[in-house]
Write a new protein. Sequence first.
Length: 395
Amino acid sequence: MILQVTPNRVLSELQIIGTHAVGVQIMAKKSQILPLKALHVRTPAANIIKQEMLACGGDCAVPADTVTCAKDYCDIVLLGTLQHYGIVCKKLKATGCFGLDKLASELEALLACSKPVTKLANGRELHYEKTMVMGIINVTPDSFFAGSRVAKLENIVQTAGKMLKDGAEILDIGGESTRPGADSVSPQEEIDRIVPAIEAIRAAYPESIISIDTYHSATAEAALLAGADILNDISACEADRNMAQVALKYKAPIILMHMRGTPKNMQKNTTYTNVVDEVAEYLLSKAEALLLLGFSRQQIILDPGIGFAKDKAANLELMQGLAALTGHGYPVLLAASRKTTIGKVLGDLPPEERLEGTMATSCQAVYAGANMVRVHDVKENTRIIRMLEAILQCQ
């Protein structure tokens, strides 16, 4: 009798059958194919990489015309284990031409990347041993899901307390609706909405972690002074060029989200050649730009921007390919809660009926290795995430 062993069970099965501890360490590097995609590789380099991967027992998929070097650059998909990549990196570094040494260094850095950590301005650190849950509190009159709107201060504090009790590690406060087609509000109006909410929550729950959802630097600064811990910018610092400087000034972590245009017009620009590659390249390049400004990796969080300048197909591809963002040393946030794509997939359901679909996206976040989900329904999503994690980890 022969039984199939899933990749996440390999190490457990090696231990169960009594494999020597040293053998387990050796075989761990051979136990799973890790597909990787390298973008914009010089065509001669692609040919060399393919031969080296084949020589060590792995493989490399290249475009059909690569062998003739018909194009200067191409994208390739590497198919190998950690052991294969270790061997190939040494060979590519020794080659020293066509940018192979740089590619090898990048590959080594990716494979050696440690688990991400987020450091708050007050010195507290977020360690992502489990998928964190961020609860949404909208102090707006027009957010797309009416159930997330809270106006009175006493209700805001009550909602925050319930979310924290239900398992939320972070509370995300929004003072402007960014649903498709939404009009913007002035920073002052946004400040008038969110600062009292932040102060009230901070007074009631001093140890809570508060994120502020804004793309205005004036709002961000007012929020940080009121007690917020994290900036959540849907424009990735593009709408207001002072946003990065505010984050640096207060040593606040910032969430960079992918979007095209503004909430008012973003759904007119939803065409991509490869949405996973384009979003990942954009966010990683934005992160690199912040590092050059003086940010640390512990101050940057990435969000692919589900529902922002993407149609249903693009949103589904992004969630399927979410792992393209993980593994780079930055925490990854998935924010898909009750969004339009869920409604379309499940038969044009309104926001009020999209809870189960949201929970499915939270499960995908766990499978893809994301570190955080942003949701309206904290209890339900926390429970399904913790159950899935228990199954995957047998703990």
